[in-house]
Design a protein around this ligand. Structure first.
Ligand SMILES: [Zn+2]
Length: 175
């Protein structure tokens, strides 16, 4: 099911929530609908259009309540576009793994800066070595993404086109 973009009272994008959370916000009277999808969902009394963009009725002072892009397997895959950072080829999720640039066995942390997408073959080849020791080069320097890789991907999809008016083309912070 589609997700919903939540705007602050000032129309500043705050984050993306599940459709269930969007419906809850709606029932609680905390938001108004800015745009809907064509899809309908079962509401308390009737079928209601699934909201695409919601706006908080009261301003939230925390400017970027969703700003930290969570470090997760799915987000690392999305950041690296499912591309092995060693052989530069793209793979399905089943054939990908997370590689610690500085190996875990040597204290390499679980961070955006130390974890990359690697195909199973490259991951095994690299083993418990650094890229330099293994004679392998990283495609990109791993960094914490400024914008949620999921949101960046969603923005390329037609069904999320209503979001574009509210999300700056040049990312500044999470959105
Ligand atoms: Zn590879």
């Amino acid at each position: 099911m589609e997700q919903t973009l939540v705007l602050n009272a000032t129309y500043e994008p705050l984050g993306v929530v599940s459709w269930q959370r969007a419906m809850t916000l709606l029932y609680q009277g905390k938001v108004e609908v800015v745009a809907n999808y064509e899809r309908f969902v079962r509401g308390v009394k009737a079928h209601v259009p699934l909201p695409s963009v919601l706006r908080l009725l009261r301003h939230v002072r925390l400017r970027r309540i969703f700003s930290e892009v969570p470090f997760s397997r799915a987000n690392v895959y999305a950041r690296d576009e499912h591309r092995c950072q060693y052989c530069a080829r793209r793979f399905s999720v089943q054939r990908l793994s997370l590689d610690h640039v500085m190996p875990r066995s040597r204290g390499g942390p679980d961070t955006w800066e130390n974890v990359v997408c690697a195909c199973l073959t490259c991951n095994v080849r690299k083993g418990g070595r650094t890229p330099l020791e293994a004679g392998m080069r990283l495609l990109n320097e791993p960094v914490r993404p400024k914008r949620s890789p999921m949101v960046s991907r969603q923005l390329t999809l037609q069904k999320y086109s209503a979001w574009k008016a509210f999300i700056p083309a040049v990312p500044d912070g999470a959105f």
